[in-house]
Design a binder for this molecule. Structure first.
Ligand SMILES: Cc1cc2nc3c(=O)[nH]c(=O)nc-3n(C[C@H](O)[C@H](O)[C@H](O)COP(=O)(O)OP(=O)(O)OC[C@H]3O[C@@H](n4cnc5c(N)ncnc54)[C@H](O)[C@@H]3O)c2cc1C
Length: 378
């Protein structure tokens, strides 16, 4: 089969879309293959908002990448005249000795990020929607906020197409093989050949790379939108995005956008499932779980349920990402396992993948995401 492409990208969601853009803008012949339409609601990149923040409680080593990703979102805004970053602040709320509160503080202090440490009274005075626990403090980061994932994915794909990428939708990758001089990909519609393969298939990664099945854990997540009882307390002007660590649980929220209601979810609480077997129905338990939180901590937001959507996390054992070469094939790259916090990094992941293909190395700080640490490395 003649080789028509330099790179095939399998899975065009957040990371695949960004990879196609960065590869195509550097003049490679790119084919992107997506099993659904672009901007679908079956994977991990739908739900009208994704938090972006720099005081990273997960690990301060993410902060240099966060600086770069903010820069890249701003470059995209400049190039397109679109508003992508909605920076209404981010509040990390919880007990002072909680590891995530300490982690957010550590990232902010180590990297000199603008932030304030607030007590419960100050939090209630500034943002009346919140009713924190007595001993809670807040790490408030004015540079935090949110992105609209559907807009961002579509933008990366549109820009990739403008640079000549060939994006095929409603086509499923069934099999692939790799030799040192090239890769072959078989879909339910055709066969293709290229020099390199990039696999960004999100929650389906284990189906496409069998070595990774046992490593990854697919978690069902529900995002719910409520009609606030007190609208003026729940708009982006009157409250930041937040994550509240309470007991051993964590709830997050994004203020009302237009007339959509306030969005609330619980981080890492879902049933373990598979991408094809997941229950996509919203259950009474899904709603009751979040209502119990709202009635105690955000009564002003605890109105009618307006909408709800099921989504998936693809967790690694240490909750850090995997962005690296395939354990056995140098010309196959993998970006996956984004463990419920990857969206904000999609531009920088797209750039790192294109650097690895074109320059054999990247300046982006992706050491933390090596395949080696998983025991699957080369
Ligand atoms: C409820 C929820 C809230 C979140 N909140 C945040 C947040 O606030 N901030 C943040 O930064 N991150 C957040 N995340 C995480 C973030 O959204 C994900 O890490 C990110 O979207 C993952 O992108 P992806 O490209 O890996 O997956 P996806 O965007 O799902 O893309 C994978 C694509 O591959 C396609 N595909 C799979 N298999 C095949 C195949 N065989 N053939 C063709 N196509 C295939 C799929 O259809 C899909 O389109 C959240 C996630 C969820 C679910």
């Amino acid at each position: 089969m003649p080789e028509t492409y330099d790179v095939i990208v399998s899975g065009i969601g957040a990371m695949g879309g960004a990879a196609c853009y960065h590869l195509a803008r550097r003049n490679l012949r790119v084919l992107g293959i997506e099993q659904y339409k672009i901007d679908h609601d079956q994977g991990s990149s739908h739900g009208r908002s994704r938090v972006i923040r720099k005081a990273y409680f997960e690990d301060p080593r993410y902060v240099p990448l966060l600086h770069r990703t903010y820069e890249m979102w701003r470059e995209l805004e400049k190039a397109t005249d679109l508003r992508l970053l909605h920076l209404n602040g981010c509040l990390n709320l919880g007990p002072p000795d909680h590891e995530c509160i300490q982690g957010a503080k550590q990232s902010a202090e180590e990297h000199g990020l603008p932030h304030e440490v607030l007590n419960g009274d100050e939090i209630k005075r500034r943002w009346p929607a919140f009713k924190p626990n007595e001993s809670d403090i807040g790490i408030y980061e004015p540079d935090g906020g949110f992105l609209v994932p559907e807009q961002c994915v579509k933008l990366h794909v549109d820009l990739a197409c403008n640079h000549g990428a060939d994006i095929r939708t409603e086509e499923r990758v069934l099999k692939w093989s790799a030799k040192p001089d090239g890769v072959r990909v078989e879909t339910d519609k055709d066969d293709y050949a290229a020099k390199h393969l990039v696999i960004t298939s999100g929650a389906w990664l284990g189906n496409v790379v069998s070595e990774m099945t046992s490593l990854l854990c697919i978690e069902r997540q529900v995002q719910l939108w409520f009609e606030p009882n007190v609208h003026e307390h729940c708009t982006a002007k009157r409250m930041p995005v937040f994550i509240h660590f309470t007991g051993d649980r964590a709830f997050y929220g994004i203020p009302m956008l237009g007339d959509e209601g306030i969005k609330i979810g619980e981080h890492h609480c879902g049933h373990i499932t598979t991408a094809d077997g997941i229950n996509r129905q919203i259950t009474d338990e899904d709603e009751a779980n979040v209502r119990a939180y709202l009635s105690r901590h955000m009564p002003d937001a605890n109105g009618l349920l307006r909408d709800a959507e099921v989504c998936m996390y693809t967790n690694t054992p240490d909750d850090h990402f995997i962005v690296d070469r395939h354990p056995r094939h140098d010309n196959v790259l993998i970006a996956g396992g984004f463990s419920g916090h990857g969206f904000k990094f999609s531009p920088v992941v797209g750039q790192a993948l294109s650097d690895l293909i074109l320059d054999n190395a990247t300046e982006q700080a992706i050491d933390l995401f090596s395949m080696n640490r998983t025991g699957l490395g080369q």
